[in-house]
Design a protein around this ligand. Sequence first.
Ligand SMILES: Cc1cc2nc3c(=O)[nH]c(=O)nc-3n(C[C@H](O)[C@H](O)[C@H](O)COP(=O)(O)OP(=O)(O)OC[C@H]3O[C@@H](n4cnc5c(N)ncnc54)[C@H](O)[C@@H]3O)c2cc1C
Length: 477
Amino acid sequence: MDLPLPNANILSRKSAIVRRLQSVLPADAVIHDPAETKAYECDALSAYRCPPMIAVLPSSTEEVAAVLKICHEEGVPVVPRGSGTSLAGGALPTSDSVILGVSRLNTVLETDYDNRFIRVQSGRTNLSVTGAVEANGFFYAPDPSSQLACAIAGNIAMNSGGAHCLKYGVTTNNLLGVKLVTMDGEVLEIGGPYLDAAGYDLLGLICGSEGQLGVVTEATLRILPKPEGARPVLIGFNTNEVAGACVSDIIKSGIIPVAIEFMDRPVIRAAEAFTKAGYPDVEALLIVEVEGSDGEIAEQLSRIRAIAMRHDPVEFREAKSADDAAKIWLGRKSAFGAMGQINDYMCLDGTIPVSQLPMVLRRINELSAEYGLDVGNVFHAGDGNMHPLILYDANKPGDLETCEALGAEILKLCVEVGGCLTGEHGVGIEKRDLMGAQYNATDLTAQMAIKDVFDPKWLLNPAKVFPLAASESRRVA
Ligand SMILES: Cc1cc2nc3c(=O)[nH]c(=O)nc-3n(C[C@H](O)[C@H](O)[C@H](O)COP(=O)(O)OP(=O)(O)OC[C@H]3O[C@@H](n4cnc5c(N)ncnc54)[C@H](O)[C@@H]3O)c2cc1C
């Protein structure tokens, strides 16, 4: 994976830049000792590492604006960072950049239950947003599996989703407004605690923009009343294809479960060994969760049972208690960690039309055999958001390159069947060079023209999202 060569001129001015940053931030908020900047050398795509020149940890929008103003004047690239859980390398620094971490921006600024919103600083973790409102019977719907750690800032930048987004939508469907600081230090308010802001949908543009357009310091989020009840069922199948066909039939029937999750045998075995969740040893497993009143749950589950039975499942296990439900979810929620016990892995993220699931799963198996690397599948099947996990050995020469080549084939397959290179993890550095498989040169130029407006000097997260060759003239200028 190529990163642009560091700018020697910037590196030679490091001491002066540090002094300027120290003039607007407390001493402990400017990290410049190489032993300490190493802590920011990667995110969750840990195959790629590069310590930044400096890391800063501002505590307010004013401090963020002051940092950006200095970096703008000095011509220094800035990489915004939430909690560093990106699986696409979105928060990977370059060696001449400043990492701008928002972890100290973590306060709840306002809660309004009558109008169902909460306003938080963007470094607050996803799960702690629900934590702030659950005593009053509310929750924040988007629930990435990393929700204990990941920040709302990263969720907005990546337009993150989660297991329960089939019913409630992803971040963009639950975001009402942001405070955004542009690269030259200007503070913008976009959207707000009402349903549809006047003018162009700039909020839609910011959500999913991967730290390319500005630094989000505050977010107004929709909160929802907790449902009366929820119940998952676990359905086991003898083949991936049949499980995929069952997902397709549930969606076709018009039922909207709150989640439909898929795990294949390698992931089921790893999760079972890791968590002892009591999973059956089957080829494919679905977790389907529905919610509502007791009557609504019973009605939806009986329809789902009828559909599943048409596909001859090996097992159909309905949770009878909160304990049963927690056990059904335990293996799924721990699946990534469990796979990490087996080997290094790269987690892909592509989206396909649900009806293509059986064919795509079959083709992934064939590609896995061709490339000689095992692939486990665990994903949000209801909305076709796939997460093939390619196992490789980081210490074996050539394995990472084979893994990248296999990953590229799988993501191109997603595009070929009418899907998309990204689902919920963004493009980052991981899929940057594959963008040409989805977009032609005119499309990419139009997308880059948007960055030109917000960040004319191309200083924000400049080596991401767009193929390096396509963005070179802008970055160099
Ligand atoms: C085990 C595991 C499970 C995961 N499960 C899911 C899942 O179910 N669903 C899902 O969608 N993702 C998942 N992810 C991916 C990741 O957690 C999400 O992409 C998350 O939103 C990243 O948040 P973060 O705070 O860690 O952001 P970071 O990794 O710090 O940054 C991500 C991107 O956001 C940008 N950014 C950060 N802060 C700001 C800011 N203030 N302003 C502008 N841009 C900013 C960065 O520059 C970068 O491009 C998972 C990751 C792991 C490790």
